[in-house]
Design a protein around this ligand. Structure first.
Ligand code: HAM
Length: 429
């Protein structure tokens, strides 16, 4: 029979990798708790209109990357390409603004974008997404970025830099839009067909185009940072000031526009040199009009998302370092000893000790090999003789030292081994 493979761009995350994922997620949860950020779980499927309105009809995501289908009830639904629009929908739907002044929310899960798969780019991508909804104070923007940088360094990422920009408010943007159009008029032949179209629909998107001739043409265009109003400039200057107060290093990238249309004022990305073309590990910004655009009150917000796959691929250390290896491997020889090992290993597990054994009845040599492979801390060797004498050798797999463990009672074995482990922890500590 022919094999069925996974869908292109959709990746299995296997044991060996999942441990690194869990490490990242646990660290995120720890740091989010310190910052008072609470978890929200949102559906994977939403009405298509939410993203069309939220992200913007003329963005790449909405124009060509969404997984949209008509369900059996003839409703247009979309697998979420990002989380912000959904979080804001939930925020409005549950009147969360009545609960607290500033809602701090995070959500972790898969997003779906039908982009061309390549290194660091997938069609199912996992994101760690954080939103602070309810304030426009530049301290909130700074706090969010301080937390992001703290988190990334806590998981061992050093080779990254924070880039920031201000995209102004809708008023700044509409005058800047005219400036960009004026600049590009007469240069249409240097633009790709997509950007020629964007000139009428969404000229700021041209800054984001990867086509070389477009990049070249736009590189001498005016930048929005030179056109923002006093309020937006003040907001930007203060955000930078607060970042500096916390020694957060950043650079201003006046050409950053971000790929989603809801941004106002602060926009930022965390960039790395180690991922090739897909160089953004995280991206975010302020979206002061989004809650209103999605039918809520006039409430500002700011947030970011980290790409889980990209982040995990940059974390130093072998996958093996993140695995919880067994405390003990029980090598059993013969039916009676295997039975004993079965009881003992499960009793160990029920007391919180990670135990493994082998059911195959293989030779001692091959069981020792297995113990090495799973990186067990100790191996207990039990055969008929050991059961008779009620004494079994326990080998420390790191030092090679061997000692004898009394098999008088199962409770006794567990007690003695637990003491041994805690003595080790105390010595190591
Ligand atoms: P985004 O820049 O589209 O922003 O995505 C954030 C991060 O997700 C990217 O920096 C990247 O690491 C990762 N990512 C996105 N698409 C892919 C892909 N196809 N393959 C691999 N990784 C990918 C947002 O999604 C906004 N919702 C962020 C936000 C939250 N803004 C405000 N609040």
């Amino acid at each position: 029979m022919e094999k069925i493979t996974a869908v292109r761009g959709f990746k299995d995350i296997l044991p060996g990798e999942t441990e690194k994922w869990r490490f990242v997620e646990n660290k995120a949860r720890e740091i989010f708790a310190d910052f008072g950020i609470r978890e929200i779980k949102i559906p994977i499927l939403e009405k298509t209109e939410l993203f069309a309105r939220g992200i913007g009809e003329t963005t790449d995501i909405v124009e060509k990357e969404m997984y949209t289908f008509r369900d059996r009830g003839n409703e247009y639904l979309t697998l979420r390409p990002e989380a912000t629009a959904s979080v804001i929908r939930a925020y409005i739907e549950h009147n969360m603004h009545l609960n607290e002044q500033l809602s701090r929310l995070f959500t972790i899960g898969p997003m779906f974008r039908r982009e061309r798969p390549q290194k660091g780019r997938f069609r199912q991508v996992h994101q760690i997404n954080v939103e602070f909804i309810g304030g426009n104070d530049p301290r909130i923007d700074a706090e969010l970025m301080i937390m992001l940088v703290t988190f990334l360094s806590s998981v061992g990422l050093t080779n990254v830099r924070l880039e920031i920009n201000s995209l102004g408010c809708p008023a700044c943007r509409s005058s800047f839009r005219g400036t960009v159009i004026d600049f590009l008029r007469g240069k249409e032949e240097c633009l790709c067909p997509d950007c020629r179209r964007r000139l009428d629909t969404n000229p700021l998107r041209i800054f984001d185009c990867k086509v070389e001739s477009c990049q070249e043409t736009i590189s001498s265009a005016p930048v929005i940072l030179d056109f923002i109003c006093d309020t937006c400039r003040n907001h930007f200057e203060n955000t930078k000031r607060y970042l500096t107060m916390f020694d957060i290093s950043f650079s201003v990238n006046p050409r950053m526009v971000r790929g989603l249309d809801y941004y106002t004022q602060t926009a930022f990305e965390v960039i790395t040199e180690s991922l090739g073309a897909q160089n953004a590990v995280a991206g975010g910004g302020r979206y002061d009009g989004l809650v209103k655009d999605l039918g809520g009150e006039d409430i500002p917000g700011v947030g970011f998302a980290i790409g889980f796959e990209r982040l995990v691929s940059m974390i130093p250390g072998d996958d093996d370092d993140f695995i919880d290896h067994p405390h003990i491997f029980i090598a059993a020889l013969g039916e009676e000893a295997t039975d004993y090992a079965f009881t003992l290993s499960n009793r160990f597990r029920l007391t919180g000790i990670r135990a493994e054994m082998d059911f195959t009845g293989k030779s001692l040599k091959s069981q020792m090999k297995r113990s090495n492979k799973v990186n067990a801390r100790y191996t207990l060797i039990i055969g008929t003789k050991e059961l008779e004498e009620r004494q079994a050798p326990l080998r420390n797999m790191r030092t090679g030292e061997q000692q004898s463990l009394s098999l008088e009672t199962i409770d006794g074995v567990i007690h003695e081994f637990t003491n041994l482990l805690s003595a080790e922890t105390i010595t190591a500590g």
